[in-house]
Design a protein around this ligand. Structure first.
Ligand SMILES: Cc1cc2nc3c(=O)[nH]c(=O)nc-3n(C[C@H](O)[C@H](O)[C@H](O)COP(=O)(O)OP(=O)(O)OC[C@H]3O[C@@H](n4cnc5c(N)ncnc54)[C@H](O)[C@@H]3O)c2cc1C
Length: 378
């Protein structure tokens, strides 16, 4: 590939996706510079729950999540990341959800993941604070809980250690044929440009080709420290339908034990609300939903609530590849990870880098091709 003025790839955005791509490119021997408008990991990456989870309901998403989980574990920094690794319990309320959980169990087992079904008694001893009337849970080992900003910062540290540049408080104003234009008027020459600006990617997307990305607001609440209150990441099975559904507003229960001993409660999804403030009525709905599964959760002291925006695409899959008609064919994009970007950042980086270097990605990249929206619009 062409090196220009010392930078092979200039990356817009220092969220988890930009940092993972920067690290992968640095490791491949490319000269990388990341330009971040604020601080590393300050966008959706800081707002997220940090559940690294192998979602399997869409085959393409499953392939990306599996690749990503493997790459997180192969990363030399992984062992020193603060995380809770007790796996996920997918909670079934009804017989229909129990059947869905068994189908999920079959898919995960066929793919070699470690998972098992817990009936009501086994569930009670695995997670004693859960409601007594649940139908059971699918337990998936291997999922973990980490802190998004720490992951991004550690990836960025690897980039610096490998000779790459990380520029904070450096907003990018435009992509060009030969690099970038920063908001302060500085031109940055680079052989390739990667747009990884999360929800803000739409602002820099070249005119004339569709980028279908919508911010999807989500709220979370975190409690004081209650070490041992939960032993697993908990997710209601209805969560997938809420995540993949197109409702203007939805709530689905999930809760995580944090390494600090705090309990993180989620979550909501809203296309309708573009304001950054926490919606108190929606928060109350989230807490009521949490009480359905954890009846005593209302006794915990809530410390803080916040909202963030997930970059969502119409088909729920990220956008990874060359920007159609972008520059001289040297403009790339990696965004649209909605509620799974902390998990799938490493796989995204691997797919993007293979495409950039003209190699065959480890998984089929077609489901993530940016052109798919143009084809859908035609
Ligand atoms: C409530 C909530 C819960 C979530 N829970 C989970 C979870 O449990 N598990 C999971 O895997 N994922 C989760 N996610 C999703 C995950 O957080 C996102 O998919 C992921 O962080 C997206 O990363 P990103 O790097 O694409 O975007 P961001 O983190 O938003 O990074 C983009 C960066 O680009 C910068 N930027 C924007 N414009 C410019 C510009 N012009 N110039 C330079 N820089 C610019 C921004 O400042 C930002 O730092 C959750 C998200 C939310 C909101």
């Amino acid at each position: 590939m062409n090196a220009r003025a010392g930078i092979d790839v200039a990356i817009v955005g220092g969220g988890i996706v930009g940092c993972a791509c920067a690290r992968a490119a640095t490791r491949a021997g490319l000269r990388v510079a990341v330009f971040e408008a604020q601080r590393i990991g300050a966008g959706a990456t800081a707002a997220g729950m940090g559940h690294l989870v192998t979602i399997d309901d869409d085959p393409a998403e499953f392939a990306l999540a599996r690749l990503s989980m493997r790459l997180w574990r192969e990363w030399s920094g992984w062992e020193s990341i603060e995380r809770v690794g007790t796996g996920t319990l997918w909670l079934a309320e009804t017989a229909a959800q129990r059947d869905a959980a068994h189908a999920k169990l079959a898919r995960l087992s066929a793919a070699g993941l470690q998972a098992d079904w817990l009936g009501p008694d086994a569930l009670r001893s695995a997670e004693p604070r859960l409601a007594r009337d649940l139908a059971g849970a699918l337990r998936v080992a291997g999922d973990e809980v980490a802190f998004g900003p720490e992951l991004a910062a550690r990836l960025a540290a690897d980039v610096r250690a490998g000779g790459g540049r990380i520029e904070e408080m450096a907003p990018v104003a435009a992509l060009g044929d030969d690099g970038l234009l920063l908001a302060d008027g500085t031109r940055v020459a680079a052989g390739h440009v990667l747009l990884a600006a999360g929800c803000d990617s739409v602002r820099l997307w070249p005119a004339g080709s569709p980028l279908t990305l919508r911010p999807r607001k989500g709220q979370l609440a975190i409690t004081d420290r209650y070490p041992g209150y939960l032993r697993h990441a908990l997710v209601e099975l209805g969560y997938i339908a809420a995540a993949h559904g197109d409702d203007d507003e939805s709530v689905a229960f999930n809760a995580q034990p944090r390494a600090s001993g705090q309990v993180l409660l989620g979550s909501s999804r809203s296309y309708a609300d573009a304001t950054p403030e926490v919606d108190a009525a929606l928060l109350a709905r989230m807490v009521r939903r949490a009480q359905r599964f954890l009846p005593a959760v209302g006794e915990l002291q809530m410390l803080r609530c916040w909202a963030g925006f997930r970059p969502a695409t119409p088909d729920g899959r990220p956008i990874i590849g060359r920007i159609p008609g972008g520059g001289r064919g040297n403009q790339w994009v990696a965004t649209g990870h909605e509620g799974l970007g902390l998990t799938t950042a490493t796989g995204t980086a691997s797919v993007w880098l293979d495409l950039l270097l003209g190699r065959s990605p480890e998984i089929d990249a077609a489901p993530y091709a940016p052109e798919r929206f143009a084809e859908a619009a035609a």
